[in-house]
Design a protein around this ligand. Sequence first.
Ligand SMILES: C[S@@+](CC[C@H](N)C(=O)[O-])C[C@H]1O[C@@H](n2cnc3c(N)ncnc32)[C@H](O)[C@@H]1O
Length: 257
Amino acid sequence: MKKVLIIGIGAGNPDYVTMQAVKALNEVDVFFFLDKGEAKEDLVNLRTTICERFIKDRSYRTVEVESPQRDASTPDYKSGVHAWHRDKADIFSKLIGDELRDGEVGAFLVWGDPSLYDSTIRVIQQIVAERRVAFDYDVIPGITSVQALAAQHRIALNAIGEPVHITTGRKLTEGLPPGVDTAVIMLDNGSGLRALAGEDVDIYWGAYLGTADEVLVAGKLGDRVEEIEQLRARDRERKGWIMDTYLLRRSPANDRS
Ligand SMILES: C[S@@+](CC[C@H](N)C(=O)[O-])C[C@H]1O[C@@H](n2cnc3c(N)ncnc32)[C@H](O)[C@@H]1O
């Protein structure tokens, strides 16, 4: 039987790789690397560093393919995502079918943790459900950008006994849902941040967390929003891509914590 490992490698710092991930990396015969647009070089570097640093006395193959891009012109966001996952399922099943021999272990290295805003698990489940190729699979957790953000700002995510809402910049443009005092926002192109700028909330923002380019800003959102927008624009220009995550907390929730 073939085996596929979906390994979370942490959100940027090779030191985020867990002992479980190191063990898993040392079982892999073939790494499937999907190259993603702008962040390509940094992603390739991180994956290469991780393999070189943590894999000992073992030879492995790597297979690189271009990751399909989501068609942003599809009017309905969810059907666009479904079509994108279908394209990925075609590529993944070909990789597992053609590049992995019976009894071998293949792996997808996932930025951060595979459970959070990542399609790998869903795509693999789709292939299994459609019985396209026979294989078994396991998931190895990784340190998410949310955990990296909280650690770098030295904060707890939740106020005492309260929930934390994790969402996207796209969703935040509709405002924070009623009753939500603490939210973590990912995948924001800047529109979510701007939408909340008039509200009385604290922000803990981080870009390129865990990497040499890391930037952190904290304070009242209204006081900090322009500085963050300038940093985003500067770094996007300098590096060609940006990855940022932030926590917003309504002020009264702060008092309760
Ligand atoms: C496709 S999601 C992947 C999330 C990832 N699976 C995780 O566990 O963090 C990409 C988003 O994660 C966040 N992100 C990932 N790595 C980050 C980092 N090193 N610094 C800041 N934000 C990061 C950003 O919000 C980015 O838009």
